[in-house]
Write a protein that binds this ligand. Structure first.
Ligand SMILES: [Zn+2]
Length: 116
């Protein structure tokens, strides 16, 4: 991959990470705020289900955060955009659509077929 393209993805991923970390922060604050307002049982039930939703969101967020951090590490050590299965370059269009991917479209398709 060319220098210019690497820069592009580095900026994109850094920006995504920053946004996500900001959001994660807000989710945690939401959890804390809510625990103070759950007085009676009904409130608590609502709170529990809200917290469940928030924890699921957080779980998804933290998985994506890890993927982005890994992609940024790969950018630094020069392995970004290389498929981790067949070690071929991943198409730039695929990376633009999904910058955290570590698989080329062929390997991804194969893997999905296996999962089914
Ligand atoms: Zn591959």
């Amino acid at each position: 991959m060319r220098e210019k393209q690497l820069d592009f993805f580095k900026q994109l991923l850094t920006e995504q990470l920053r946004t996500l970390l900001g959001q994660a922060d807000l989710t945690v604050r939401g959890l804390v705020d809510n625990s103070e307002t759950s007085a009676d049982l009904l409130d608590r039930a609502t709170f529990e289900s809200e917290r469940g939703t928030m924890l699921r969101i957080r779980d998804r967020e933290s998985k994506l955060i890890r993927k982005i951090q890994r992609a940024l590490e790969n950018l630094d050590d020069g392995t970004y955009g290389i498929c981790e299965v067949c070690e071929k370059e991943i198409a730039i269009e695929r990376l633009k659509a999904r910058p955290v991917t570590t698989l080329c479209i062929q390997c991804k398709t194969k893997m999905e077929a296996l999962e089914r």
